[in-house]
Design a protein around this ligand. Structure first.
Ligand code: GLP
Length: 249
């Protein structure tokens, strides 16, 4: 079952997501967060920085696991997802760098690095709250259409559409976007105790409508969330299907 909450603006989505994170961190100071990159969660990360400034909430014991990482970018490349999260979230909320984990894309044995990432998540006690975005083709993390529903952290290849979508982070140059990535699998993501799927903007409306209407299928990786016990979609009006203010699918 997926709960859907619709807000007038993307800022409303960001505030609601930040509220959920803050409430959890207050309750459990060593919360394990699952962290998404892309443009959608940036507003939420801005809100968290603001809440920390205003309310002095401490993130020093919060731990974070990234969903995915590009293979082949230099360790100091600004678009390495680990660097993105360090810059856009950790540095601003005071989350210590050693509390942040990303798949280790520089290891010679990537399969071993993926297995180790799964083990690290397990050793941390699992993810308490996973923040997710949605690709225009319905992907979550870097699980492209066709991903196995029982997939775990692994090496995979981006579709042309995702390379095109993500070129905006690489000076609009598709040639600079790595094709290979490590990503948490769909089954890995499904083990998070709670999931917030953030969806904003008209260009996501079709993907969200398909996710909500459709049955669970590898062709729409986000549809796997129908089988999760505690998933909430936070959508702005531009992305949401034309229904009431709050609904359940
Ligand atoms: C990338 C990320 C996903 C993200 C998606 C959507 O593919 N790996 O985690 O959800 O982009 O990005 P955006 O929020 O910029 O639309």
């Amino acid at each position: 079952m997926i709960d859907v909450r619709v807000f007038d603006t993307a800022e409303g989505v960001a505030v609601a997501a930040a509220d959920a994170v803050v409430a959890l961190v207050r309750r459990k100071p060593d919360t394990v967060l699952g962290l998404a990159t892309g443009s959608t969660p940036l507003g939420t990360y801005d809100q968290l920085a603001e809440r920390r400034r205003r309310e002095g909430i401490s993130f020093t014991r919060v731990r974070g696991f990234l969903l995915d990482e590009y293979v082949g970018l230099a360790p100091d490349h600004p678009e390495r997802y680990r660097n993105v999260i360090l810059r856009d979230l950790a540095a601003r909320v005071g989350m210590p760098v050693e509390n942040l984990r990303a798949p280790r894309v520089d290891e010679p044995d990537l399969a071993a690095a993926c297995a180790e990432y799964e083990a690290e998540i397990a050793r941390a006690g699992g993810v308490d709250l996973q923040i997710l975005g949605l690709g225009t083709d319905g992907h979550i993390a870097f699980n492209m259409p066709g991903s196995e529903l029982d997939s775990r952290t692994r090496l995979t290849t981006l579709t042309d559409q995702t390379v095109r979508d993500n070129a905006r982070f690489f000076d609009g140059d598709e040639g600079q976007v790595p094709r290979e990535v490590l990503t948490q699998g769909l089954a890995t993501i499904m083990e998070a105790r709670e999931i917030l799927l953030l969806v904003t903007g008209e260009r996501k409306a079709a993907a969200l409508a398909e996710l909500l209407e459709g049955t669970v299928t590898p062709e729409r990786p986000g549809s796997v969330l129908h089988a999760h016990p505690r998933t909430t979609v936070l959508a702005d009006r531009a992305a949401a299907p034309p229904v009431g203010v709050a609904s359940t699918w």
